[in-house]
Write a protein that binds this ligand. Structure first.
Ligand code: NAD
Ligand code: MG
Length: 396
């Protein structure tokens, strides 16, 4: 039995993870579930999976959950607060941790899982962008197995030779090709982009995802974060990671070797495939995903991304090249700007402009420890917030 903790269980990845786990009850035991505040959904998940512990970071929601569990006669313990997430991630009765919290808020629990030597199923790409080499080192020191859940990185993982050292360049790999769907605004003009609403931005043509990553996909910041993620996971120079727009989202990414061979992983766009891969690895287990009908798909198109209309991708590449605290600052500014956009307080096209303005005001530091990135993250959030306040004042 592999004992699994699902952090972010009420979200899009969390729900898909529980779907896969529920298909293999002989193989996996759900030990812990965790989320921010959605107590009703978490209670339902506790009924279905009977975990030892359930965590909510919001205290009022945790009390609601507690009374729901007692009324249902369930023995699941309730824990509350952000520290409880890291406790669960490193708990001795947990073998594998699905890191599916959204944003840098997932960093402490992902680090705890890595240090405790767990199998870390890494969906929370922001923790890698922010934590960078610190997280890779923690996985190495802790003896953790880091398996990416992001469909592109999971595809690359599958196309890389077995037995490679995590985070180290693989001899013989010439480049990595990250595919991007292009998001809902692939064909939108600059003028149209200025007026898009949160609802339009969250209506992704291929994937059903949480709101934050949906906006990131629409600005292409998601692909930028993924570029940084790929450099860290596979020891690649940013210049050797190329982004290719592939609107059908069937080829999930590709690895090119020096002999000219290109290996790709294909499949229907359904996150249960990478989740099942990472849970079962090195074996293969069913995911519930239908076979890909290549004849029905008929076409696979590829085109270059337009960094003029989608400057977030350029900003992320620059941050990857600068290194140090720049990726953490890029991520923090983006989290603040995306939240403001989703709250109707910032225009879509302004997201990348805010990120750029914050990066311009940042003096890059070398990352010598976790304090350095946390400090850079919090300063960047402060600068981004003050830019937004200034903007709101000038509009009023
Ligand atoms: P989501 O918004 O649907 O779910 C987020 C989950 O995290 C929820 O359970 C929420 O309660 C929890 N959460 C949020 N803030 C928290 C906090 N501060 N403390 C504890 N829990 C918190 O998001 P999602 O789409 O499932 O994405 C989760 C992560 O996976 C993101 O990092 C995203 O980039 C990555 N990812 C998602 C997809 C996808 O298809 N959805 C694909 C690739 C990568
Ligand atoms: Mg992805």
């Amino acid at each position: 039995m592999m004992r699994v903790a699902v952090l972010g269980s009420t979200g899009s990845i969390g729900v898909s993870t529980l779907d896969v786990l529920g298909r293999h009850r002989d193989r996996f035991e759900v030990v812990a579930l965790a989320a921010a505040s959605s107590h009703a959904r978490l209670l339902e998940q506790c009924r279905a999976h009977r975990p030892r512990v359930a965590v909510l970071t919001d205290p009022r929601a945790a009390r609601e959950l507690e009374s729901g569990l007692r009324a249902a006669g369930l023995a699941t313990e309730v824990a509350c607060g952000a520290d409880a997430l890291a406790d669960v991630a490193g708990a001795p009765d947990v073998d594998a941790v699905m890191a599916a919290i959204v944003g840098a808020a997932g960093l402490p629990s992902t680090l705890a899982a890595a240090l405790a030597g767990k199998r870390v199923l890494l969906a929370n790409k922001e923790s890698l962008v922010v934590g960078g080499e610190l997280l890779m080192d923690a996985a190495r020191c802790g003896g953790a197995t880091l398996i990416p859940i992001d469909s592109e990185h999971n595809a690359i993982f599958q196309c890389m030779p077995a037995g490679r050292e995590p985070g180290r360049a693989v001899p013989g790999v010439r480049r990595v090709l990250l595919t991007a769907s292009g998001g809902p605004f692939l064909r939108a003009s600059r003028a149209e982009l200025a007026h898009v609403t949160p609802e339009q931005a969250c209506a992704h043509p291929r994937w059903k995802m949480g709101r934050k990553i949906s906006v990131d996909s629409a600005t292409l910041m998601n692909k930028g974060l993924e570029l940084i993620e790929a450099c860290l996971l596979f020891g690649m120079e940013p210049g050797k990671v190329e982004v290719v727009v592939h609107p059908q989202s069937i080829v999930h990414s590709l690895v090119e070797y020096v002999d000219g061979s290109i290996l790709a992983q294909l499949g229907n766009p359904d996150m249960r495939t990478p989740i099942a891969h990472a849970l079962g690895w090195p074996e293969r287990i069913g995911s519930g995903v239908e076979s890909l009908d290549l004849v029905a798909a008929a076409r696979l198109d590829f085109e270059a991304p337009d960094v003029e209309r989608f400057p977030a991708l350029r900003l992320a590449r620059e941050a990857a090249e600068s290194g140090g605290t720049c990726p953490a600052v890029l991520n923090a500014a983006n989290e603040v700007a995306v939240a403001a956009f989703l709250a109707g307080k910032l225009g879509f096209a302004r997201i990348a402009e805010v990120v750029e303005a914050v990066l311009d005001r940042h003096d890059r530091l070398a990352v010598t420890g976790l304090e350095v990135v946390l400090e850079a993250d919090s300063r960047a959030r402060g600068i981004a917030e003050s830019l937004l306040v200034g903007e709101a004042r000038s509009r009023a």
